[in-house]
Design a protein. Structure first.
Lengths: 383, 336, 326
C-alpha cells in the first residue's frame, strides 16, 4: 500500500480534508501551552547539546587562569548607564588573607566587546562528551564559535576550581544528561514492550512468571537497587564503558513500568472487535501484532516515555552525585553536582552547583509538562 | 447441497475460575447443545435477549472461539467430501475457510481500527490473502465502497470522520472484500439510530441478492428480524426454543417466550396495540440455569412438569420446531 | 476473601524468594569480593600475603561457590540470624538496631505529614480550580516533583548558612552528638528533625496533591454528584460523603508502601545532610561488598514494600467494594 496515501493533502479532486489520527493528537497537544513551550525548549536543548562546541565559548576541559571566579554576565548597559553592544567587564582577583579564598571584583574600566562567530578552540560536533569511536567519522572539525572575546573572562556562569568555564561545561553536560535519559528510556521501552507483549499476548504461566519477576523488581526499593547495580560498575572502566553501563543499569529497573503498561494495553486491545476482524480475514499472528496491536498502544507508550525520561535524568544525577554513576572526565549535570559534596563549595562558591541544579530542574519540569500534554492528547478517540 | 451450514449439538462452555489456583469451579454454558441448519442463499435470524448465547454461537461459527463440543458442518468450497467440520480444524487448516465466512460486528466504533484509512481497512483482507498489486487493491476497494454506497474518494480518510451508519457500511465492505459465502451479522444495526437501521437493512438485502450471500442474522429483538429473515430461531439461555419460517413465527408462535418477544414488537396500527406481555424477572444465569425448562421461572403458562423436565426441541408436521411441554395445547398470541 | 488472602500470601513468598536471589546477585555483581575490597581500600596500606588473603576468604566463607553462599545466607536469615558485617565486625542486627529507630524517626512523621497536608490541599485545589491558591499549589507541586531530594537538601544547607547562619545538617547539635539519650537530647532531635522531614516529604506531598486533585476533578464531573446536589444535599456534606470517598482510594493505595519508599528515599538525603540513618550504611556496605549487611538491608526494605503493597490492597478492597478478588 503506498505510504503517501496516509498523508495525502486535500487535493483538487477531493474536497474532503483527510485528518490522520496523528494530526488529531497534534491538535490536542497544541492546546496545552506549557507542554508546547517545554517541547520547544527541550528541542532547542537537544540541538544545542549536539552543537555544543558552537554555543560554548570554551573547551569544557581547558583550564583558565581564573579559579573559582563568580559569574560574569554579558551586559549591554555599562556602569554609566549607556547602551552599547554586548560586552563583558574584566575581573580583578585578590585574596582574603585569612582564608586565602580568591575574591573577585568587577573592573568597570576593562570593557571587552563580545565578538560573534569568532575563531576559538577547535571542537567537534556530535557526542563530544562521549568519546564514542564509532561516531568519530561523523565529527567535523570546526573552530567557529557563536561568541567570544579574546583575553577576556567570558565566563557567564563563573569558573570552577580549575578555572574551567562552567557555562561551557553545562552545555557539554547536557549532551550526557539529556541523551542518557532518552537512550535508556528507549532501551527500557524495548525490554518492556517485548516482555510486556509476551506477557499480555500469550498469558498462562509465561505471563505469571514475568509478572512475578516484575513485582519482585518493583518490590526492591529503586534507590538501593540502583545503588547496588551502579556500585557494581568497576571504577576503572573508561568513560564510554561507564556511560553504557549506567545506561543499562537505569534501563534494567525502569522497564518494569513500561512492561506493565504494555501488558495492560495489549490485554485491552486484544479484545477489540477490529482485532477479531483481522483474525477472521486471515491475518497472521505476527501481522496482527505489528500492524494492529503495537500501533494501538503506541500513544500510551509515548506518554510513558515522556514521563519516564525525567525519572531517569534524576536517577543519573543522583548516582553521579554520589560518585557511583558517571565520573570525570565525563561531564554530566550529575558529575558537575559532585562539586556540592564539598561543604566549602556549597557555601562559598554556590555558582558551581546552582547552574547544574537549575539545568536538572528545568529539564525535568519541561519533560513533565510535555508528558502531561502528551497524556491529554494520547487518545484522540477517547471522547 | 441445499444447506450451506449445519450446526450439530454445538456446545461452548466457559470455565469459571476462582480461588487459590484458579481452579475451574464451574462452567458458563453459553451455548448448550444447539442444532440448526442454514440453507444456501437464505437469511436465518437468531434472536434472544442479551446473555442468551447468540453472540457466542456466532463467534463459534466464524471460529473466533473453539467450541467445547459439537459439529459445524460447512458446505463451502475447499473440501473433498463437500462438507467440512470446522469445529475440528485449527490454525492453518482453517485459513481456506476463513475467507468464506466473514462477520459484521455490532459496534461500528470498536470494529474498525482507528489508525487505518478505509483503503487500509478494506484492502487488508485482500492483501493478506495474496493480492499484492497496490493498484488492484485500490480499484477493488473503490468498487466495494461504491457497492456499499460510499464515495470511492473517501478511501484516504480515517473512520473517525464517519457516522455510525457510514462506519457500518465500511464494516460491510470489509466483510465483502473476500467474496464470502456466509456472513454472520452480529446485531449489525442495534447500535444505530432507527432511521439509519432501515438503510443498512435494505443494503444488506440488496447485497444478498446481488452476490448470492447467505446470512446468519443475530438480533436481540424480533422487530428488525421480520424484514430481513427467511427463518428465525429463538434462543434462551444457551438453547434454541423455537425455530420456523419468519411469517409463521410471527403469525402463530408456539413458545411462550416467543410470544412475549413478539408482544414487544412495536405495531404501526394503534387499534391493534395491546398491552405488551411483561416478563417477570431476569434472564436465567447460564452459569446456574434453573432445573427443568430454563424459562419456567418467567413463564406465565408454567406447570409442574416444566420445573423438573427439560423439554426437547421437536418439529411438528409443518416443520415448526419448538421446545415446550405445552406447545400442542397452548394457543399463543401472534404479532397480527 | 480467605482464599484471596492465602493466594496473595503465597505470591508474596514467591516474590520475596525472587527478591532475595536478585539482591544476592546484585551484591555479588562487582568483580572481586569483600576481601579484595578490604585489601585494596579499607585496610589502609597494609600488605597481605596470599595465605592471609585465603585465610580471610575462608573465614568469611567467600571461597565457596555462589549457590552454597546463597543457600547458607538465606537459611540463616530465615532463622533470624542476619550474620556479621565484615566491614564493621558487628552483627547486622546490632547495626540495624542502632540506625533504624532514627530512620523511622524521620520517615514516620514525614508519612503522616504528607497525608495531612496533601489530602486537604488536593481537595481544596480541585474545588477551587484555577483559583490563585490552586495555581500556587500546582506550581509548588511541579517544582517539588522536579527537584531531587538531595538537591533540595543542598539548597536548604546553602540557604541555612547564607541567610540564617544555621547548620541544618545532622540530627543532633554538636553537644548532644555523642551524649547518651536524655530528655535534652530528645528535644534537640525534635528541633533538628524538621529539615529532613521537609526534604524527604516534599516530593511525596506534591505527588499526592496532584493525584488527589486530579481524582477529585474527575469525580466532581460525575452525574451522581449532580444528582446529590439536585436532591438538596449541602455542598460540604455532598463533597465529603461522595466524591472524596472515591477520590481518596488511589491515595489510600499508596499508604502501604509509602514508608519503605520514604526510607529508601532518605538514603541519598542522609548522605548529603550527614544523618546517622540506614542510607549511608547501605551505600558503604554496597561499595565495600559487605554482603551480609547490604543483603539484609535490601531484603528488609523489600519485605516492607511487599507487605505494604498487601496492606494497601486490603485497604482498597475495604474502601472500594467494586474491586474484585481477582
Amino acid at each position: 500500500m503506498p505510504k503517501d496515501q496516509v498523508a495525502n493533502p486535500p487535493s483538487e479532486e477531493s474536497p474532503l480534508e483527510v485528518v490522520s489520527p496523528q494530526r488529531l493528537m497534534w491538535w490536542k497537544f497544541r492546546r496545552h501551552k506549557p507542554a508546547v513551550f517545554s517541547g520547544i525548549l527541550l528541542l532547542l536543548a537537544y540541538v544545542g547539546s549536539v552543537f555544543a562546541g558552537f554555543f560554548a565559548p570554551y573547551d569544557p576541559l581547558s583550564r583558565g587562569r581564573n579559579l573559582y571566579m563568580p559569574p560574569n554576565p554579558p551586559r549591554i548597559i555599562d556602569s554609566e548607564g549607556k547602551l552599547r553592544a554586548p560586552f563583558v567587564y574584566g575581573m580583578t582577583m585578590s585574596r582574603d588573607l585569612n582564608t586565602l579564598r580568591p575574591i573577585y571584583t568587577v573592573n568597570t574600566d576593562e570593557i571587552y566587546p563580545l565578538h560573534f562567530l569568532v575563531r576559538g578552540d577547535e571542537y567537534k560536533i556530535g557526542l563530544h562528551g562521549v568519546p564514542l569511536n564509532a561516531l568519530r567519522p561523523l565529527h567535523i572539525r570546526l573552530d567557529v564559535r557563536l561568541f567570544g572575546a579574546a583575553g577576556a573572562p567570558v565566563n557567564f556562569f563563573g569558573t570552577d576550581q580549575l578555572g574551567r568555564d562552567l557555562y561551557s561545561r553545562l552545555i557539554y553536560g547536557a549532551q550526557i544528561s539529556l541523551s542518557i535519559g532518552l537512550a535508556s528510556v528507549f532501551l527500557s521501552l524495548a525490554l518492556g514492550l517485548i516482555l510486556g507483549g509476551i506477557s499480555g499476548l500469550y498469558g498462562g504461566w509465561v505471563d505469571s512468571l514475568i509478572q512475578r519477576v516484575i513485582e519482585a523488581i518493583i518490590a526492591i526499593p529503586s534507590i538501593p537497587l540502583w545503588m547496588g547495580l551502579a556500585a557494581a560498575i568497576p571504577r576503572d572502566w573508561d568513560p564510554v564503558q561507564q556511560y553504557f553501563a549506567i545506561l543499562i543499569v537505569l534501563s534494567l529497573i525502569s522497564w518494569t513500568s513500561t512492561a506493565r503498561v504494555a501488558r495492560g494495553r495489549f490485554l485491552a486491545v486484544r479484545e477489540q472487535d477490529f482485532v477479531m476482524a483481522a483474525r477472521l480475514y486471515g491475518c497472521s499472528q505476527w501481522r496482527i501484532i505489528t500492524r494492529h496491536l503495537i500501533p494501538s498502544i503506541m500513544s500510551y507508550v509515548i506518554v510513558n516515555i515522556t514521563l519516564a525520561v525525567p525519572r531517569i535524568i534524576l536517577a543519573e544525577t543522583a548516582l553521579s552525585f554520589l560518585g557511583i554513576g558517571l565520573n570525570p572526565p565525563t561531564i554530566s549535570w550529575g558529575v558537575l553536582l559532585q562539586a556540592a559534596q564539598d561543604n566549602l563549595v556549597v557555601h562559598f562558591y554556590p555558582w558551581m552547583w546552582i547552574g547544574p541544579a537549575l539545568c536538572v530542574i528545568v529539564a525535568v519540569l519541561a519533560f513533565n509538562f510535555v508528558g502531561d500534554g502528551a497524556r491529554d492528547a494520547a487518545d484522540p478517540f477517547a471522547s | 447441497m441445499a444447506n450451506l451450514l449445519e450446526v450439530r449439538s454445538l456446545k461452548k462452555y466457559f470455565p469459571i475460575k476462582r480461588g487459590l489456583f484458579s481452579r475451574a469451579v464451574g462452567q458458563v454454558k453459553a451455548v448448550d447443545g444447539v442444532s440448526f441448519e442454514v440453507r444456501a442463499g437464505e437469511t436465518l435470524g437468531l434472536v434472544g435477549e442479551s446473555g442468551c448465547g447468540k453472540t457466542t454461537l456466532g463467534r463459534c461459527i466464524v471460529r473466533a472461539y473453539q467450541p467445547t463440543a459439537g459439529e459445524i458442518l460447512f458446505g463451502g468450497e475447499g473440501s473433498d467430501k463437500g462438507v467440512t467440520d470446522l469445529a475440528r480444524l485449527s490454525g492453518v487448516e482453517l485459513r481456506p475457510f476463513r475467507r468464506q465466512i466473514q462477520m459484521i460486528f455490532q459496534d461500528p466504533f470498536g470494529s474498525l481500527n482507528p489508525r487505518m484509512t478505509l483503503l487500509q481497512l478494506i484492502g487488508e483482507p485482500l492483501k493478506v490473502n495474496g493480492v499484492k498489486d497496490g493498484n488492484v487493491i485500490k480499484e477493488r476497494v473503490a468498487a466495494l465502497l461504491s457497492v456499499v454506497g460510499l464515495r470511492s474518494e473517501t478511501m484516504t480518510r480515517y473512520p473517525h470522520a464517519f457516522s455510525g451508519g457510514q462506519r457500518q457500511r465500511i464494516g460491510i465492505a470489509r466483510a465483502l472484500a473476500l467474496n464470502p459465502r456466509l456472513i454472520v451479522c452480529d446485531e449489525p444495526v442495534s447500535a444505530l439510530d432507527v432511521s439509519v437501521q432501515a438503510q443498512i437493512l435494505n443494503l444488506l438485502g440488496d447485497l444478498q441478492s446481488e452476490f448470492g450471500l447467505t446470512y446468519l442474522f443475530i438480533a436481540h429483538d424480533l422487530s428488525v428480524v421480520e424484514h430481513i429473515c427467511d427463518r428465525v430461531a429463538v434462543m434462551y439461555v444457551g438453547k434454541i426454543v423455537e425455530m420456523t419460517e419468519t411469517a409463521r413465527l410471527y403469525r402463530k408462535p408456539r413458545h411462550p417466550y416467543t410470544e412475549a418477544l413478539l408482544s414487544a414488537v412495536p405495531k404501526p396500527d394503534p387499534r391493534r396495540r395491546a398491552a405488551p406481555l411483561v416478563l417477570e424477572g431476569e434472564v436465567a444465569d447460564p452459569a446456574d440455569p434453573p432445573a427443568g425448562c430454563a424459562f419456567h421461572p418467567r413463564c406465565p403458562y408454567v406447570i409442574e412438569r416444566c420445573r423438573s423436565e427439560s423439554p426437547a426441541l421437536h418439529p411438528n408436521a409443518g416443520g415448526h420446531w419448538v421446545a415446550c411441554h405445552r406447545a400442542a395445547e397452548l394457543d399463543l398470541q401472534g404479532a397480527n | 476473601m480467605t482464599a484471596y488472602v492465602i493466594r496473595r500470601f503465597l505470591q508474596m513468598i514467591v516474590i520475596m524468594l525472587i527478591v532475595s536471589i536478585v539482591a544476592f546477585i546484585v551484591i555479588q555483581l562487582p568483580p572481586g569480593d569483600f576481601v579484595d575490597a578490604y585489601v585494596t581500600t579499607i585496610s589502609g596500606g597494609e600488605t597481605f600475603t596470599q595465605e592471609t588473603i585465603d585465610a580471610l576468604r575462608a573465614q568469611f566463607g567467600l571461597d565457596e561457590p555462589f549457590l552454597i553462599q546463597y543457600v547458607k545466607w538465606i537459611s540463616n536469615v530465615l532463622r533470624g540470624n542476619y550474620g556479621v558485617s565484615f566491614q564493621h565486625q558487628r552483627t547486622v542486627a546490632d547495626l540495624l538496631g542502632e540506625r533504624l529507630p532514627l530512620t523511622l524517626a524521620i520517615t514516620l512523621p514525614t508519612a503522616v505529614l504528607v497525608y495531612l497536608i496533601a489530602i486537604p490541599i488536593g481537595i481544596y485545589s480541585a474545588l477551587n480550580q484555577y483559583s490563585l491558591l490552586d495555581y500556587l499549589f500546582s506550581f509548588v507541586g511541579f517544582i517539588g516533583l522536579a527537584i531531587p531530594n538531595f538537591l533540595f537538601a543542598i539548597i536548604l544547607l546553602y540557604i541555612g548558612s547564607q541567610y540564617f547562619d544555621a547548620n541544618v545538617a545532622g540530627l543532633f547539635s554538636p553537644e548532644y552528638e555523642l551524649a547518651p539519650w536524655s530528655f535534652g537530647k530528645f528535644l534537640d532531635l525534635l528541633s533538628n528533625l524538621w529539615i529532613p522531614v521537609i526534604v524527604v516529604g516534599t516530593a511525596g506531598t506534591a505527588g499526592t496533591i496532584r493525584v488527589m486533585r486530579g481524582m477529585m476533578l474527575d469525580e466532581m464531573r460525575q452525574p451522581y454528584v449532580e444528582t446529590a446536589r439536585a436532591k438538596g444535599l449541602s455542598e460540604a456534606r455532598l463533597i465529603f460523603k461522595y466524591p472524596v470517598r472515591v477520590a481518596i482510594s488511589p491515595v489510600l493505595s499508596t499508604i502501604g508502601f509509602v514508608l519503605p519508599a520514604l526510607i529508601s528515599g532518605t538514603a541519598i538525603v542522609a548522605i548529603v545532610l550527614n544523618l546517622p540513618t540506614t542510607g549511608p550504611l547501605l551505600l558503604n556496605a554496597l561499595l565495600a561488598q559487605d554482603m551480609l549487611l547490604a543483603g539484609s538491608m535490601i531484603l528488609f526494605l523489600s519485605l516492607l514494600t511487599v507487605i505494604g503493597t498487601f496492606v494497601s490492597d486490603l485497604l482498597l478492597i475495604w474502601a472500594d467494594p467494586r474491586i474484585q478478588f481477582e
